[in-house]
Design a protein around this ligand. Structure first.
Ligand code: GLP
Length: 249
């Protein structure tokens, strides 16, 4: 049976950072070998800043923690300034040592090769016992990872095409509005796979996320709003600010 999710309503984006980082630090204290799933985007930036601060202050030890990122732009990766690999290293991994940090393999040309890389990522996650704690952001259209609104639920890691809405959102946030510069395809963990994480924390900040948040928490469960599937998970916490909470019942 599903429990009602816990919803923390924070004053602002920066408080989302401190509340979420405190929960992550607590989970690591309880399980020093935690398997942690991580998102990119602007929303987690204060979370990563807070984790860096805790580490510098000697309050956090991630040396036993293994991380898996949710997604990576297709044909980007190590050495590419636009990759999520680079983003995560700049924000967190260059400052806090982890046991190991993995990203979906976004290389490959043939469909069979891409599929093989995706299956290897899934197998790697399984081989360490699955994800204990998954942190998620959310797209303004309700996507999680890069699982866009669709007529079916996605299963494991796979090649995905971004919707015009996501391309436009990412252009505004990271490319001065220039959609030509935004990657249009990616490799993402699937929604059903994300659901297998033992605990999930979803973070959201700002008015542009308010509709997606109310559809996710109060709406019907539908692959048209990928995050709505979280209603079927037993251990989900939403950490959102007042602007993102404004349409909640
Ligand atoms: C991208 C990522 C998602 C992230 C979303 C929201 O699409 N693939 O994992 O949740 O952006 O990003 P932001 O936090 O910048 O709003």
């Amino acid at each position: 049976m599903n429990k009602k999710p816990t919803v923390y309503c924070c004053k602002n984006h920066s408080e989302i950072g401190s509340v979420t980082a405190a929960l992550i630090a607590d989970a690591i204290k309880k399980n020093p070998n935690l398997v942690l799933g991580l998102p990119t985007g602007q929303t987690p930036v204060p979370v990563y800043q807070e984790l860096c601060k805790m580490y510098k202050a000697g309050e956090l030890d991630c040396s036993g923690v293994t991380t898996f990122n949710l997604d990576e732009y297709f044909h980007r990766g190590k050495g590419d300034p636009d990759s999520y690999y680079t983003f995560m290293h700049e924000q967190l991994f260059d400052h806090v040592p982890f046991k190991a940090s993995y990203f979906p393999d976004s290389s490959g040309e043939l469909a069979t090769e891409i599929d093989k890389n995706c299956k290897q990522y899934d197998a790697l996650i399984e081989s360490v016992g699955g994800i204990d704690l998954q942190i998620l952001g959310i797209g303004s259209n309700g996507h999680i990872g890069f699982n866009e609104p669709s007529s079916t639920w996605s299963e494991g890691t796979a090649f995905v095409k971004l919707t015009p809405q996501t391309v436009s959102d990412n252009a505004k946030k990271f490319y001065n509005g220039n959609e030509l510069l935004v990657p249009k395809t990616a490799i993402s963990m699937g929604t059903n796979q994300i659901m297998r994480a033992k605990s999930i924390i979803l973070i959201a900040s700002g008015e542009d996320k308010a509709k997606a948040i109310s559809d996710t928490i109060d709406g019907i469960v539908t692959p048209r709003v990928p995050a709505s599937k979280l209603q079927n998970h037993d251990d989900v916490t939403f950490i959102i600010d007042e602007d993102a909470a404004k349409f909640l019942d």
